[in-house]
Design a binder for this molecule. Structure first.
Ligand code: URA
Length: 203
């Protein structure tokens, strides 16, 4: 999809356009588009799945429980969040309402595709040296539906999205797994973040 007819747009202009996005039905029940945040350009860009309940309320990526796991993992991997650009493959919260609670639903491939032009625009503007895709939705959005996270996590994968592209688990996987495995999952996320920096020569 050509969004901007080859025009060069600033990050603010692209974000403002994304705020008015109706490319898929997710915009209607959700709050505002949750665009990425961080320095532009940035050496490292992280991509998650989609905003959750807290992110939708605060219109910022990774500020809820998964964001806390991410912040802890970044601290362990000696990465400063303020130096990273953090965004999501899908920029509206997909949920089902159960009483007062809004329960997260995984976005479809079609919803991810509808949001892809925004992610590509962010990549064009941020120009990261290292792109870290967190979870299957982010990984498939950039690397295609045949990409298998379980087989290739932590590796440098071939992609035109950035000089070094790697994929790892989503921080929420640490929260979803059995408590007896949480420490191990968290340690593996930190290890992948460290390896990614090494692959990109940033450590
Ligand atoms: N999960 C994500 O993938 N992104 C967020 O911003 C929050 C939770």
């Amino acid at each position: 999809m050509t969004l901007f007819d080859g025009e060069t747009r600033s990050w603010d202009e692209v974000r403002d356009d994304a705020l008015a996005c109706t490319n898929c039905p997710l915009w209607e029940p959700a709050g505002d588009t949750v665009f990425g945040e961080g320095p532009v350009p940035a050496r490292i860009m992280l991509v998650g799945e989609q905003p959750g309940d807290q992110e939708d309320r605060q219109t910022r990526p990774f500020v809820g429980p998964a964001g806390k796991v991410l912040d802890d993992a970044l601290a362990e991997a000696k990465l400063e969040r303020s130096e990273l650009y953090v965004t999501n493959a899908v920029k509206h919260f997909k949920f089902v309402q159960r009483g007062k609670r809004r329960i997260h639903q995984t976005p479809t491939a079609g919803e991810s595709k509808a949001c892809h032009p925004w992610l590509r625009s962010e990549l064009d503007l941020v120009k990261p040296e290292l792109l870290v895709l967190m979870g299957a939705t982010a990984a498939k959005s950039i690397l295609g539906s045949s990409f298998r996270l379980t087989q290739h996590r932590g590796e440098a994968v071939d992609s035109d999205a950035a000089p070094i592209v790697t994929a790892t688990i989503h921080p929420s996987a640490v929260l979803r797994t059995d408590p007896s495995e949480r420490e191990q999952y968290f340690a593996s996320l930190v290890a992948d973040l460290r390896t990614a920096q090494e692959l990109a020569g940033l450590r």
